[in-house]
Design a protein around this ligand. Sequence first.
Ligand code: FE2
Ligand code: FE2
Length: 203
Amino acid sequence: MENLSLQLNQSFFGSPENKGRVLTKDEALGLLDDWVKNEKLQVHMKQVAHLMKSYAKSQGYDQATLHRWYLAGLLHDADWDQWPEQHCSKIIKELESRAIDPEIIRAIASHGPRYFGVNPETEMDKMLYAFDELSGFIHAYSLMRPEGYLGMEVKGVKKRLKDKKFAAQVSREDIRDAAERAGISQEELIQFVIDHQRDADLF
Ligand SMILES: [Fe+2]
Ligand SMILES: [Fe+2]
């Protein structure tokens, strides 16, 4: 998705005193509606939000943590639709000015290390990077399957990954790099996306 390179030249995001400060789900969805007119992009962000929340849940984290993971996923591409040349500095500035938890801002800032120059460090950072491209890729695959996610298998996804012409804009290198950084096999990540993405609340 990122074909522009905007190095953020920033390694600290937000302010530690804002720890625990979040947008409510309605506030975040409102921001999404204001900023993102492209429905496909909204779907992508809601799917990544759902994966992030589902992953946090699978780790047994509390509700407040689940919500922070959800927000990082939901807002990570918020500025891409209208201000691609400012992706992702505009959403970072917005969340900093709204005094949002730095953990969320940092995850957003590191969702494309090759593009933004910020390395994923925390588990939230790494999982956002790991789910981002894979989510879009598997969604594209579901759309070409008559039964969507039903009966989808890891090996089918892997076969498509090898087919360079399928969803050609999705960087296979980012998918590989992200899985490696997360310390989770590609197979396991793909299975997680297959199992959870179909349940994403898109409205
Ligand atoms: Fe992005
Ligand atoms: Fe994305």
